[in-house]
Design a protein around this ligand. Structure first.
Ligand code: S3P
Length: 428
């Protein structure tokens, strides 16, 4: 579907954002691993978390949906059954990587499949450590889905310094570790999102700048009954839109404020964005607040390797903020963006080029010459079926003088099904 985006005269209003995607996935997986019933509220209606529901059902877990409330009858660590069919992870890397840890750890034989985009994403990063733990994964070219997972030997514990700061990889190994007699240890140097260790209550030790997280059979898996916060990653599109538009005030209630997720907030505030945070409180184990953004004068900023994991999903939309800053901004150490739903550096470079921006693309980032008076060219933008690319192009298009088109616009449903309604709500 092609979506037309008209220039916005103003961006004024309150938005009820979708529930956090990362937490939604985990709530279902961890509730399935818990021995008993969990009731999860404000569950995401996006496509990715529903891929996780379908996969857990395939493993024999009973999951009832009633609007945004989900009731999971957890089966405990030993209650999964061998699925009759392949487990379809759709477009979701989080589903495939975390589920591989659960399925491999549990010793269930299963095949994990995904859509074209997911089948082109590297899985070697999880195949190798799981193999060391005694899990066999036959993959296409030893790297790509379909993944045929089985385990005939006892699970071995792993001492695993994370080779890349990936929460999916960290979670995969810790989830497999939950099935082991002895402790598996993951050592993290650059902090990545911590929802897994937080929601499971796993033991954590700090050693200088290192965080050591352990998991084993001895860890009790807690009930997962809580309200899921709204998605900071969805909020980020509006934080940027509100900051760059000259007539904006956007209110975003109940946004997840986990500090391992809010790198983009820190960056935008450093750029001078007018953002107010109110009513900080907790929903279950996760911090939440109401966030308001108003029109701002932005300064340039540098984003370097150590803060990339905290804003990895927000980098595409942050490049849009940089276009309107008064000077040269830089992103480096972000080559991981080339391994997302699409090569996000290449996709954003194409968008910046079409918009007439002054920038250079590097293997690991961008240099962007911003201008507070930048007026993007109206254009037809290719989303490459990547939700975050489609939404970044849409925010840029709101700032043009004529209408633009976003191709493959339906992909926003992967994380933010009401995105186009929210564009209409703020601009009408
Ligand atoms: C996620 C982790 C990140 C992120 C993805 C969701 C998660 O991926 O990009 O959208 O829920 O754990 P990596 O762990 O590959 O960096």
């Amino acid at each position: 579907m092609d979506q037309q985006v008209r220039p916005a005269q103003s961006l004024l209003g309150t938005l009820h954002l979708p529930a956090d995607k990362s937490i939604s996935h985990r709530s279902i997986m961890f509730a399935s691993l818990h021995d008993g019933t969990s009731t999860i509220t404000n569950f995401s209606d996006a496509a990715d978390p529903h891929s996780t529901i379908d996969c857990m059902r395939g493993l024999g877990v009973s999951i009832q949906e009633d609007g945004d409330q989900i009731v999971v009858e957890g089966v405990g660590r030993s209650g999964f059954v061998k699925p009759d069919e392949s487990l379809d992870c759709g477009n979701s890397g989080t589903t495939m990587r975390l589920l591989s840890g659960i399925v491999g750890g549990a010793g269930v034989s299963a095949t994990l499949i995904g859509d074209e985009s997911l089948s082109a994403r590297t899985m070697k990063r999880i195949i190798d450590p799981l193999a060391e733990m005694g899990v066999t994964i036959d993959a296409r070219n030893d790297d790509y889905a379909p993944l045929h997972i089985s385990r005939s030997n006892a699970l071995k514990p792993l001492h695993f310094p994370l080779p890349i700061p990936s929460a999916q990889l960290k979670s995969c190994v810790l989830l497999a570790g939950l099935f082991g007699d002895e402790e598996t240890e993951v050592i993290e140097t650059l902090p990545s999102r911590d929802h897994t260790e937080r929601l499971l209550g796993l033991p954590i030790e700090k050693n200088g700048n290192q965080k050591i997280i352990t998991s084993s059979k001895q860890d009790t898996i807690p009930e997962q009954s809580y309200r899921i916060p709204n998605d900071f990653s969805a909020a980020a599109f509006w934080l940027v839109a509100g900051a760059i538009h000259p007539d904006a005030e956007i209110v975003l209630p109940n946004v997840g404020m986990n500090s391992t997720r809010t790198g983009a907030l820190d960056i935008l505030q450093k750029m001078g964005a007018d953002i107010t945070i109110e009513n900080r409180h907790k929903e279950g184990a996760e911090p939440v607040a109401n966030v308001t953004v108003c029109s701002s004068d932005l300064q340039p900023v540098e984003i370097t390797e150590e803060i990339v994991p905290n804003c990895i999903d927000e980098l595409p939309i942050l490049t849009i903020a940089m276009l309107f800053a008064d000077g040269i901004s830089r992103i480096s150490g972000a080559e991981e963006l080339r391994h997302k739903e699409t090569d996000r550096l290449a996709a954003m470079a194409e968008i910046l080029e079409k918009a007439g921006a002054d920038f250079t693309e590097y293997e690991d980032g961008f240099e962007i010459k911003g201008d507070p008076d930048f007026m993007p060219e109206a254009a037809t933008y290719n989303s490459y079926h990547d939700h975050r690319i489609a939404m970044s192009a849409a925010v840029l298009s709101l700032m043009a003088s004529k209408s633009s088109q976003i191709q493959g616009a339906e992909c926003t449903a992967i994380s933010y099904p009401s995105f186009w309604d929210d564009v209409a709500l703020l601009t009408n």
